[in-house]
Design a protein around this ligand. Structure first.
Ligand code: URA
Length: 245
């Protein structure tokens, strides 16, 4: 299989396609020890040795797991105090979590060794939808949907991007994702689905806080086109194909 040098480097997470083009122009990339002149040059990832600033870029068969993250685990490769999500997937493939969920948040988390894919999924420019199921401290008010649809001030430099809010009634399919202790909350106005296109720190909790409510339970149900399979138990991971996004 032959692919363009710039695509190979972007897929390996070295940078965006335009960033790697300028890295190549700066003559920082070598193919089998010889300086690579053009981004469009074709390489064989399995046999050619590609290096950036002298460091070999490994071609790895990319692998992505879809994990049902349980509460209590941190999204980091290493942590001195808490268990990490890396303990829940095979350990030998240079994997890392695609973005972060808070320690107490559950739900869909991708773990991969595909830097290019992670960059595409997380880039603020990509506007990838993420849907969260939230149990609130008190019933949601109808005004929230309008407020979230234009963006709210959560204390950052800019308001949040428009986000979609649906208050779940007790027949909502998504309520099946609720843990036993919150099942009775369905239909009380305290269970909501929020879809955001950003990934700011504690974003969902801060958005509800900004409208005078609080999140007491949070689970991510989807990331782009990938949906948390209902039968997947907490702590379990399956291989998945993030290219469907
Ligand atoms: N928003 C939050 O507040 N927490 C998460 O873990 C994810 C999104």
């Amino acid at each position: 299989m032959q692919i363009r040098l710039d695509k190979f480097l972007a897929d390996a997470g070295i940078g965006t396609r335009s960033e790697v083009k300028s890295i190549i122009k700066r003559k920082a990339v070598t193919i089998n020890g010889a300086c690579a002149a053009k981004p469009e040059i074709k390489i064989s990832p399995e046999t050619d040795e590609i290096a950036v600033n002298g460091t070999i870029v490994a071609m790895r068969g990319s692998v992505t797991y879809l994990l049902h993250k349980p509460a209590g685990y941190v999204c980091a490769v290493k942590d001195d105090r808490f268990p990490t999500v890396m303990e829940l997937v095979p350990q030998n493939r240079d994997l890392f979590p695609v973005g972060r969920l808070d320690k107490d948040t559950e739900g869909l988390l991708l773990i991969t060794n595909d830097g290019g894919m992670a960059h595409r999924m997380l880039s603020p420019r990509s506007h990838v939808d993420k849907t969260y199921l939230a149990v609130l401290g008190r019933p949601a008010e109808e005004a929230y949907a309008d407020l979230f649809s234009v963006g709210v001030d959560i204390g950052d430099d800019t308001p949040t991007l428009p986000a979609g809010l649906v208050i779940c009634d007790d027949g909502s399919r998504e309520c099946e994702y609720l843990p036993e202790e919150y099942r009775t909350y369905a239909g009380s106005g305290r269970v909501a689905l929020l879809t955001i296109q950003e990934g700011r720190y504690h974003q969902v909790k801060r958005m509800f806080h900004a409208v005078g409510n609080e999140v007491i339970y949070l689970k991510r149900l989807s990331f782009g086109a990938l949906v948390l399979p209902l039968p997947l138990k907490k702590g379990e991971a399956i291989l998945c194909d993030p290219q469907i996004n």
